[in-house]
Design a protein around this ligand. Structure first.
Ligand code: ARG
Length: 252
């Protein structure tokens, strides 16, 4: 059996069986594209009751519409997302993945659908600068690009990872860590949702964010790239972006 070595994070090397990826023709004739995300990442994808919402959720639906299919969304832990592509559990992952050389060994990324970065979120009154947090405990989500950023900036033993962001935020709330490093808009939303509790600090990282397909699924990759380009040209992307962020987050 063919094996795919998937490096989901710097620490994890998994060997998983390869199933047949659904190409564009198969997806079109089925009428649906299966899109996976980790829907606890407001304002990108998140749950409100049983309803999924967010910028990437709406963007994914627009792209599915461009392809003439309906999007069926699957909610997964972040650290599992790229692994599930390899075993054909869904066709596309849209979950704010930074495009990194390591991930590119395991999956194919679309052209970036937005550019952003990570920022420090601290408790009110606590240190908010990279220098002020050296050697302190910093929380973040497991499997993210922020893990090596924290190790580099604050020291190897500084990082405390959590499978989900809610737990990483709770750790900050309860004082088990001094700060959290997370996506800029996620952190701003968390600060806004908890008035008086958190303050946003230094920006510490910039990245290009892409959608992922199974390695080699070229027909699907091309169709998604066309979809992104189309909505970026026809004004739908600009409208969505200003609605969610008050600015256009496409890569310049
Ligand atoms: N941009 C970061 C990364 O590439 C974090 C993404 C987290 N996404 C999520 N849906 N929780 O690793």
């Amino acid at each position: 059996m063919k094996k795919l070595i998937l490096l989901a994070s710097g620490l994890l090397a998994l060997s998983i069986p390869q199933a047949q990826a659904r190409d564009l023709a198969t997806i079109k004739s089925s009428g649906t594209i299966r899109i996976a995300t980790n829907a606890e990442f407001r304002p990108f994808t998140f749950m409100e009751g049983n309803t999924m919402k967010g910028f990437e959720y709406e963007l994914g639906n627009l792209i599915a519409k461009q392809m003439g299919v309906k999007a069926v969304w699957v909610n997964q832990p972040f650290d599992n997302l790229l692994i599930g592509l390899g075993s054909d559990r869904y066709d596309l992952v849209i979950s704010s993945h930074g495009i990194t050389p390591e991930r590119q060994k395991a999956v194919d990324f679309t052209n970036p659908h937005y550019c952003s970065g990570a920022i420090i979120l601290a408790k009110k009154g606590g240190p908010t600068t990279a220098a002020g947090l050296k050697g302190k405990q910093i929380s973040t989500q497991l499997g993210t690009t922020y893990v090596p950023v924290i190790e580099k900036l604050f020291g190897k033993n500084s990082v405390k990872t959590f499978p989900d962001n809610a737990k990483a935020l709770q750790a900050l709330q309860s004082g088990r860590v001094t700060a959290m490093v997370n996506e800029k808009f996620y952190s701003l939303a968390a600060a806004k949702a908890n008035p008086g509790m958190f303050v946003v600090g230094d920006s510490v990282y910039e990245e290009r964010i892409g959608m992922a397909v199974k390695k080699g699924n070229k027909t699907l990759l091309d169709a998604v790239n066309t979809g992104i380009a189309t909505v970026q040209k026809n004004g739908e992307y600009a409208k969505l972006s200003s609605q969610w962020f008050g600015q256009d987050v496409r890569c310049k």
